[in-house]
Design a protein around this ligand. Structure first.
Ligand code: DUC
Ligand code: ZN
Ligand code: ZN
Length: 471
């Protein structure tokens, strides 16, 4: 009887805190031994990493798969295509959103979302819960929902169908505080957006590029400050999702200076796209890059890079939410001349998140390999109560691993990706890195340019609470 199902030999092992050479022994889907040298004869199978970087599989803590909508739009990816795409880009855990419709209980929203994932995911998954209706009955449900393993709640300050008032946000934050849960806040000032949209439309400025003007960084800054203030009032940590602009980052610096415990997330689109990707003329093609908040300018890109490098951002997620471009249920929901405010928001990113950050962050020496691991795997696993099962290379952790090829000259093209989306915002972009192999609980899900995952092999992960219970 052999001790290991698999040994990954000669690995350049990278964790959030260390980098060292070793062999990784895997048994029953978990890492059972890490040593300078393991006996290959003790393994059913050996993979020689040949000194290449081996990182924990990515934890993408912000993606939207098969999420129901209120406007009839249908996202491009479900749990089959979304998890396939994630695995091929080195991500082995995802945390998408179970969205509550107004009037619905949280339990109903969660049950519906389980059905959407059931039998389809090829990598492991947990759920955040979007609260759109914070009635007292819903607030009363929160402790039970948390006890069942849903320990993070998303709150919107904008979007008519989703937004909460500040009063309701305070109620959710208070319930989260008492139970030790985390609230994620989409911070944009809704009235600024609707006021600017009205004015732009009166001037006939309806092309996709005007989305970036309607979603001004000033509105993001104000809402970021307000979200921080609400969290300070309740004395509870929050996570600001998809931070896009220098103005918003400065609010986070301010909060840190005050000793307010704020976590924050940014996404690839704020490093690799600018408002110009929404169009420099009135072409509807710019709709492909409509997402909220929108990509900004090069000054904000630089601020985002600095905040990634200096430890300000806690996590780096995709906010994967693609809509097909040539699709009457996608970007053309209201036709191919629709005003920007009627275009479904969101872009693809699950598969390209890690290769882009490895290429432009680690290989260009903007961030260390350890910081890469923290941002993309360890910190999200800790923040959402999945650590140390996920997010680390350690004895006892799930054998979710990525062996990297970092010597490539690869041009990203949607034809090579595994999403159902009909385009990628990164078409034509060159990267130097891509996973050579992805293991999910010790099983190959991506190797030699082929997907090997199996729909239904991904398991639901109940999350622990990240903070002390204070109720
Ligand atoms: N913005 C969001 O808040 N969610 C999904 C997609 C987007 O662009
Ligand atoms: Zn959001
Ligand atoms: Zn999102």
């Amino acid at each position: 009887m052999k001790s290991f199902d698999l040994i990954v030999k000669n690995a350049d092992i990278v964790t959030a805190s260390e980098r060292y050479r070793g062999d990784i022994g895997i048994h029953n889907g978990r890492i059972s031994v890490i040593a300078a040298e393991l006996d290959a004869a003790q393994a059913q199978q050996v993979i020689d990493a040949e000194g290449r970087m081996v990182t924990p599989g990515g934890v993408d803590a912000h993606c939207h798969l098969d999420q129901p909508s209120t406007d009839g739009s249908v996202g491009a990816d479900d749990f089959i295509s979304g998890t396939r795409s994630a695995a091929c880009g080195g991500t082995t855990t995802i945390i998408p959103f179970a969205m509550q419709f107004k009037g619905q209980s949280l339990k109903q929203a969660i049950a519906d979302y389980h059905q959407r994932a059931e039998g389809k995911a090829s990598i492991d998954y947990a759920f955040h819960v979007i609260i759109t209706d914070a009635s007292q009955a819903v607030i009363d449900e929160i402790p039970e929902v948390i006890a069942q393993g849903y320990t993070s709640f998303k709150i919107y300050m904008t979007y008519d169908a989703l937004k909460l008032t500040d009063h309701h946000i305070l109620n959710v934050l208070e319930a989260a505080r008492e139970a030790g849960a985390i609230s994620m806040i989409h911070a944009e000032n809704d009235d600024c957006i609707s006021w600017l949209t009205e004015r732009l439309k009166k001037q006939g400025k309806t092309a996709p590029r005007y989305h970036a003007l309607a979603h001004s960084p000033i509105g993001e800054r104000e809402a970021t400050h307000r979200a921080i203030s609400l969290a300070e009032l309740v004395d509870v940590p929050i996570l600001l999702v998809h931070v896009s602009s220098r103005a918003a980052i400065e609010q986070i610096y301010w909060a840190r200076g005050q000793g307010i415990n704020i976590f924050s997330e940014t996404c690839p689109q704020y490093l690799f796209l600018t408002a110009e990707d929404l169009g420099i003329d009135d072409s509807f093609h710019g709709a492909k890059c409509i997402c909220s908040p929108p990509p900004r300018d090069t000054d904000s890109q630089n601020a985002v890079w600095n905040a990634l490098a200096n430890g300000t951002f806690t996590i780096f997620s995709s906010d994967h939410c693609p809509f097909n471009f040539d699709d009457p249920r996608g970007k053309k929901l209201h036709g191919d001349n629709a005003s920007f405010d009627l275009v479904p928001n969101g872009i693809a990113g699950l598969e390209t998140r890690l290769p882009l950050l490895m290429s432009e962050g680690v290989l260009q020496n903007r961030i260390s390999a350890q910081r890469f691991v923290d941002l993309t795997a360890t910190a999200p696993a800790k923040l959402y109560g999945l650590y140390p099962q996920k997010g680390s290379i350690a004895v006892g952790s799930d054998a979710d691993l990525v062996i990297w090829d970092t010597d490539l000259d690869k041009t990203i093209t949607n034809n090579d990706l595994h999403t159902n989306a009909d385009h990628t915002p990164y078409e034509g972009k060159r990267v130097q890195a891509w996973p050579a192999l992805t293991l999910s609980r010790g099983e190959k899900v991506w190797s030699e340019g082929q997907y090997h995952g199996r729909a239904g092999s991904g398991a639901f992960l109940p999350c622990a609470v990240p903070f002390p219970v204070r109720g």
